[in-house]
Design a protein around this ligand. Structure first.
Ligand code: MLT
Length: 267
């Protein structure tokens, strides 16, 4: 069931599992998905933990900001507002891809709130000129074909070659997670990704244990990006998940959960 808190007139929506009095593990989703992409993690909450997965503004039922603010920090600010409404102070923060970009924004904006960090299939640098040109093309696709067009463009990149050839059902399921997102939320998401700042300077200042996870077949943020994160963050360990692409938490859920739970037991 989706829960919601109010921030002014906006509904901030989220999914929750595990123990209400447990330590908080917050899971931040990738683009153009919703908190539902964490279903395999929400279905197996680690003992002693409260697992919370918010939707970002414009995705999964979460109202977007009014006006034309399209900063990635809008998402980070919403996470802090939402945690405030829930009365949660300290968290272990995990983000996949765009969720990882937001996790790095939170490591810059509110480092005192983080007990530990999990960065999955993500990277620190801003978009290159080439990547920005790709975002512009995606905005055209969105204008012409709506969220469906973006799903068609993204799916081959989101899922690894092994999943695409062996698990057509998962490909269809990921598509069904993308399609309900309204085009305007997706549009603003693209603009936020396109304009996000370089987070490289944040990495050496991260003072908490950090687990870096990556699917071996990730083509969006390949293992070399994960190695760069793990090298620059002082207390980082790196785990590579075989047979998984960019959505490693959905493609290799058992291995992903095992790595996550092992890490949580140490922090
Ligand atoms: C994501 O999975 O969140 C996106 O692929 C990230 C990106 O496009 O930079």
């Amino acid at each position: 069931m989706r829960h919601a808190v109010l921030a002014g007139s906006r509904h901030l929506t989220y999914l929750e599992a595990g123990e209400p009095d447990g330590r908080a593990l917050v899971l931040l989703h990738g683009f153009p998905l919703t908190a539902d992409m964490w279903r395999e993690q929400l279905a197996a909450p680690p003992h002693g933990w409260r697992v919370l997965a918010p939707d970002f503004a414009g995705f999964g039922g979460c109202d977007d900001h009014g006006g034309e603010s399209v900063s990635l920090d809008d998402y980070a600010g919403d996470v802090l507002t939402w945690l405030g409404r829930l009365g949660v102070q300290q968290i272990v923060l995990a983000g996949l891809s765009m969720g990882g970009y937001v996790a790095l924004a939170l490591a810059r904006l509110a480092p005192e709130r983080l007990d530990a960090l999990v960065l999955a299939d993500t990277k620190a640098p801003a978009d290159s000129d080439e990547a920005r040109a790709g975002r512009d093309r995606m905005l055209d696709t969105l204008g012409e074909h709506g969220t469906d067009g973006v799903a068609a463009e993204m799916l081959p990149k989101l899922l690894g070659a092994t999943t695409r050839s062996n698990r057509p059902q998962l490909v269809a399921e990921v598509r069904s997670l993308i399609l309900p997102n309204p085009p305007d939320g997706v549009r603003r998401g693209i603009l936020r990704l396109r304009g996000r700042p370089d987070a490289t300077a944040v990495l050496p200042r991260i003072g908490v244990p950090t687990l870096v996870l990556v699917g071996e077949e990730d083509e969006v943020t390949p293992p070399k990006d994960a190695r760069a994160l793990a090298t620059a963050i002082p207390q980082a360990t790196l785990e590579t998940l075989p047979g998984a692409g960019h959505l490693s938490n959905l493609e290799a859920p058992s291995r992903f959960n095992a790595a996550l739970h092992r890490f949580l037991a140490t922090v």
